[in-house]
Write a protein that binds this ligand. Structure first.
Ligand SMILES: [Zn+2]
Ligand SMILES: [Zn+2]
Length: 148
């Protein structure tokens, strides 16, 4: 495994309809896959692919809508998306408001730097959802202090 665990990126991405653009400029803090049922519902598949960035390193242009719900940790998890086309843009935990969770698929062809280092919420992971070989797995959060 030679992938950079905390790559420095400078990328812009847009939602499907083009109304919203998101730019991230800075160092990625963490990369992981989450198989919690909320992520399964939000993505329509077996897991979310998340890059954690500083909120201050992320710029959003255009209208956004959000939906907040209690996370398993007791924090409030808010997901932002394009109100017109529904493309997921980012998510934030009330417990770590200085960080934001970026859905890596937003970056399309520019997401080659993504190298997840763990699966969280493995307890609700499905066999049919293939994962990278040897990925460390945690039944829920990695530890109680994790920012979700
Ligand atoms: Zn859109
Ligand atoms: Zn999740």
């Amino acid at each position: 495994m030679t992938a950079n665990p905390k790559p420095e990126i400078e990328l812009s991405a847009g939602c499907a309809c083009g109304a919203v653009s998101l730019t991230v400029r800075g160092r990625i803090r963490s990369m992981f896959i989450c198989s919690c049922e909320d992520c399964q519902r939000a993505t329509g598949t077996g897991h979310s692919t998340v890059a954690l960035a500083r909120r201050a390193d992320v710029t959003i242009a255009g209208p956004t809508a959000s939906f907040a719900r209690p996370a398993h940790s007791g924090a409030t998890l808010t997901r932002w998306f394009c109100p017109a086309c529904g493309t997921p843009l980012y998510a934030q935990s009330s417990r770590a408001p200085d960080l934001c969770m970026l859905p890596v698929g937003l970056f399309g062809a520019d997401a080659g730097w993504f190298a997840p280092n763990q699966l969280i919420f493995a307890r609700s992971h499905h066999e049919w959802d293939s994962l990278p070989e040897g990925l460390p797995q945690h039944p829920t959060y990695r530890d109680p202090e994790s920012p979700r």
